[in-house]
Write a protein that binds this ligand. Structure first.
Ligand SMILES: Cc1ncc(COP(=O)(O)O)c(C=O)c1O
Length: 460
């Protein structure tokens, strides 16, 4: 690890803390270590999905149980969870409404490739909650984004997609891009580190910095963009908030230049019931959400306007028969639909959102106090129940946010907290407050974070 010097942090103290926490983790997680070694016999890297090794822990932590706000590992350690499966469990682990839906529907046919009886009712509830008249279901947000980008190209007859630099919309090839440095024409290259990528993103995708109206307009004005796909708040490269009026301008410019606006709210569902778009009147053409939408069961949805639906019907009429190139066999299975309905009825309630927002506001203020106490010039960003702290001033775009990142410090903080029973998301410094998170849970996090920063936080 490279414990480079930065203002306000003692790099020697940081490296000592990281080494000590590494050893404490090993001492307290012997059963996880054993399972990790056993699992390596048949799983790549000892885990069922390779990125499960991306945590700051020396070896994977094996989970026995997760319920409400708490996770218990196989060594019997318990954690207050602020990661919530990187948003999949944003409404808490195994909420009773979802467990009930799973038990009831699971006994009555899981997947038939036919629409379940509740489909019409769930469609009505989606439309009422999110304000768009037409809907489709996929298994993951990745699948949904892949499908809507195809629909947008088919409807518009245009080939290119526009994204914001530093975005993440799942493992959809044409969105796995970075903007070329010092390029104001939208030029892109593939993200670093992609495995087996054979998709030339420069031929399909433009990227511009978030909050940069001039660059956005320049690319849209070429008239080649089928759709802009965007999170309303960037959440996958730290958190980057939109500047005043930026999203409204994005909406106007996409309309003016004939591009569809796809808003991916897989993470910003944290904002309020109905998501960020509904709360702020964003009026997208297509709206996407996965992860927590069905309480953690694999399920994603995309909603769209009547105009988009008419475009889809036209495309269907005009295309040759055969495979559409969209869809997966298990999409919209009965279990996913049942959980989606339970989630709409019992999780995404105004009362739950109020609780989540109140707790998140309490956490945000507390973080500000902890940083001020250590005289650290750090910032906190929040979108409803979702928070992120960053090691500098609030960034304007993905590149600025990336420059501020500090992986060694992040890992050390995460491991310190984990060893004291608090889980943060392994990627940057994201925290979620579920309806079951309370101020005592937040105080636990704040107390340990304060101690951690006091230990490493004096100038060298
Ligand atoms: C904004 C956004 N969209 C889509 C996805 C993809 O979700 P999934 O991995 O569930 O397909 C993610 C995942 O982090 C995301 O953050």
């Amino acid at each position: 690890m490279n414990y480079a010097r930065r203002p306000g942090i003692n790099s020697v103290a940081l490296s000592k803390l990281a080494a000590r926490e590494h050893d404490s983790f090993l001492a307290a997680h012997r059963e996880s270590a054993r399972l990790s070694a056993d699992s390596a016999a048949h799983w790549l890297g000892g885990v069922p999905m390779h990125w499960m090794r991306d945590w700051s822990t020396p070896h994977p932590l094996f989970v026995r149980r997760a319920s409400g706000v708490e996770i218990e590992d196989v060594d019997g350690n318990t954690y207050v969870d602020f990661c919530f499966g990187d948003t999949g469990a944003m409404f808490g682990h195994s909420p009773p409404a979802i467990a009930r839906a799973l038990a009831e529907t699971g006994a009555r046919g899981i997947t038939t490739m036919l629409p379940a009886e509740r489909v019409a009712r769930v469609g009505e509830k989606l439309a009422a909650t999110f304000g768009l008249p037409f809907w489709q279901i996929t298994q993951t947000a990745t699948d949904a984004n892949r499908a809507v980008l195809r629909w947008a190209r088919a409807i518009s007859g245009r080939a290119r997609t526009l994204v914001f630099d530093g975005c993440y919309h799942g493992t959809v090839e044409e969105t796995l891009v970075r903007a070329l440095p010092d390029n104001d024409k939208g030029g892109t290259r593939a993200r670093a580190g992609l495995i087996g990528m054979n998709h030339d993103v420069s031929t399909t995708t433009d990227a511009v910095p978030f909050n940069d109206v001039a660059a956005l307009e320049k690319v849209l004005a070429r008239g080649r963009t089928s759709a802009v796909i965007a999170e309303p708040v960037m959440t996958n490269i730290g958190m980057v908030l939109p500047e005043e009026g930026f999203l409204q301008t994005l909406r106007q410019l996409t309309r003016r230049h004939g591009a569809l606006l796809i808003v991916d709210e897989t993470h910003t569902l944290s904002t309020a019931r109905g998501g960020y778009s509904r709360a702020r009147g964003l009026d997208p053409d297509i709206w996407v959400c996965g992860k927590a939408i069905a309480g953690g069961m694999p399920c994603a949805v995309f909603g769209f306007t009547a105009d988009v639906e008419a475009g889809m019907r036209r495309v269907q009429r005009e295309r040759a028969g055969g495979h559409s190139g969209m869809g997966t066999t298990l999409s919209a299975n009965a279990l996913a639909l049942a959980c989606l309905e339970a989630s709409l009825d019992e999780l995404m309630t105004p009362a739950n959102y109020q609780r989540m927002q109140d707790t998140a506001a309490y956490l945000s203020e507390g973080l500000g106090r902890v940083f001020a106490a250590q005289e650290l010039p750090w910032h906190v960003a929040r979108v409803g129940a979702r928070l992120e702290f960053g090691f500098g001033r609030p960034p304007r775009n993905g590149a600025e946010s990336e420059r501020e990142a500090w992986p060694d410090l992040e890992h050390a903080i995460h491991l310190y907290l984990l060893n004291r029973g608090v889980l943060l998301t392994p990627f940057h410094n994201m925290m979620l407050c579920a309806p079951v998170t309370n101020t005592a849970h937040v105080d636990l996090l704040l107390g340990h974070l304060h101690d951690c920063l006091r230990e490493v936080g004096s100038p060298a």
